[in-house]
Design a protein around this ligand. Structure first.
Ligand SMILES: Cc1cc2nc3c(=O)[nH]c(=O)nc-3n(C[C@H](O)[C@H](O)[C@H](O)COP(=O)(O)OP(=O)(O)OC[C@H]3O[C@@H](n4cnc5c(N)ncnc54)[C@H](O)[C@@H]3O)c2cc1C
Length: 427
């Protein structure tokens, strides 16, 4: 795979692979090390330059069973960590909605999960990492060594150099099943009330929203690690995959299929349900079908993820109205709140507020216009757009979203770049 998860960039770039931590980086002066390319837009793309794939660095280096501190190579995936750690009574402190992300990818985008309100972002758990710069320097970075580079590399979009290993803290768990509670709601106000109430009692909170319905209806999911069942839950990754032929053809996502899916999903989750499910189902429901991004056909899709401060949370109603009027949404629309635990990163997207993530099939100009309208609404409300998902934000929006950008820029490795960086740093 050459493109990012959204399949919209079509890059012309050379590619090489790293298999050992001591492998020499290509001498190219426009390089970017990447992981599993689960970023939707262009942070893991380097049009006109060189991509260095680090997924071959997939080994564990050390694990302290008494503290849960694990050190592993950059390309180890979160699935690998979960499979290794859960039977021993440990779990990822923060995990995004797919386990196919690499540890270095999780650092470089400072990813967040359903527990942001109580845990913060992935970067909050990173103890140390090793960074190789293009001048040959190999530096261990932490809160006590090379501290500025540490803060610039977490959430640093892969531009401070090659991360060869990461050491981070896992969290202890007693049981591997999840106790889940789902509650359907009929308005955005109900969502906000459910969030504020559930965050006091539940470690994990997330909500699916019907993007075609102006009222803001959806289903709220809140979960905890179960209090019984032991540590032997099924952690198998998916075996089914969407065929390549689907990805090369017309999109399966259209107004009718989204409407039918959303109506069925709302009906299936009506009211309040309590159940237990595996870690895999709770955290990684989309991983049960490999290559699901192919359902968007050969033109691919965009994801828009923003965060807006709670005091301006009302603006998301305007966002929903625009999406509904444009009839462009998809099944995948996620709404949740973020808490106030600060990340050590200079450029973290994570901040207190409400975050919305939504997929849009690529319909050319119409989709670009919609994305631009949404961007304006979010920026007027003092919000920010998530680089890991983005392929369209302007340089001005990027600058406004990240107040410590000027400080960060000092630590960018001069031989590293990405399509994203070329777009947002164009002065
Ligand atoms: C289904 C799905 C659900 C998702 N859910 C969430 C979510 O809930 N929360 C969230 O925060 N994100 C989420 N994401 C986004 C995803 O977590 C991030 O894009 C993540 O960074 C992808 O990691 P990756 O290993 O695929 O890295 P890539 O996408 O390949 O790269 C991401 C960045 O990491 C850098 N990088 C990778 N390896 C190295 C290295 N060894 N050295 C230096 N830089 C490196 C790259 O240069 C790039 O800038 C989701 C993505 C998908 C597909």
């Amino acid at each position: 795979m050459n493109d990012s998860w959204g399949n919209i960039c079509r890059p012309r770039q050379t590619q090489s692979n790293l298999n050992w931590r001591t492998d020499v980086l290509p001498v190219a002066d426009k390089k970017l090390v990447v992981g599993n390319r689960r970023s939707y837009g262009d942070v893991c793309i380097n049009d006109g330059g060189a991509i260095i794939d680090a997924t071959g660095l997939n080994r564990f280096i050390s694990f302290d069973r008494s503290t849960g501190i694990v050190r592993c190579e950059a390309g180890v995936t979160l699935w690998q960590v979960a499979k290794f750690a859960v039977p021993l009574g440990w779990f990822l402190p923060v995990t995004p909605g797919t386990g196919f992300v690499t540890v270095a990818g999780a650092v470089a985008n400072d990813v967040h999960g359903k527990n942001h309100h109580v845990a913060g972002s992935f970067g909050c758990f990173v103890k140390k990492l090793q960074l190789r710069r293009s001048n040959g320097d190999e530096l261990v970075c932490s809160e006590t060594e090379n501290t500025e580079l540490f803060a610039a590399t977490i959430g640093g979009l892969g531009l401070t150099g090659f991360i060869s290993w990461v050491e981070f803290a896992l969290k202890p768990i007693q049981h591997s099943m999840m106790a889940v509670d789902s509650v359907s709601y009929n308005s955005y106000e109900e969502f906000l009330a459910l969030s504020s109430e559930s965050e006091k009692t539940h470690e994990y909170c997330v909500s699916w929203i019907d993007c075609l319905d102006k009222s803001g209806r959806g289903v709220f999911f809140r979960g905890k690690h179960a209090e019984e069942g032991g540590l032997d839950a099924d952690l198998e990754a998916a075996k089914r995959s969407v065929p390549a032929l689907v990805g090369a053809g017309f999109p399966l996502v259209n107004q009718l299929s989204v409407y039918l899916f959303n109506a069925t999903y709302m009906r299936a989750h009506a009211g309040n349900r309590q159940y237990t499910e595996t870690i895999a189902k709770f955290f990684y429901p989309l991983d049960s079908l490999l290559n699901w991004n192919r359902i968007y056909g050969r033109k691919g899709f965009y994801q828009f993820q923003c965060v807006v401060p709670l005091e301006n949370a009302e603006v998301l109603k305007e966002v929903f109205a625009c999406i509904s009027a444009a009839n462009q949404g998809s099944f995948l629309s996620v709404l949740k709140t973020m808490g106030s635990i600060a990340s050590p990163a200079l450029l973290s997207f994570c901040r207190p507020g409400v975050t919305l993530a939504i997929d849009f099939p690529n319909r050319g100009k119409k989709t670009m216009q919609l994305l631009s309208t949404l961007e304006d609404l979010v920026m007027h409300a003092g919000g920010a757009i998530y680089p890991a998902k983005d392929a369209t934000m302007s340089a001005a929006t990027f600058e406004k979203s990240f107040p410590k950008l000027a400080e960060y820029i000092q630590y960018v490795d001069p031989a590293f770049t990405s399509s994203f960086w070329q777009r947002v740093n164009a002065k």
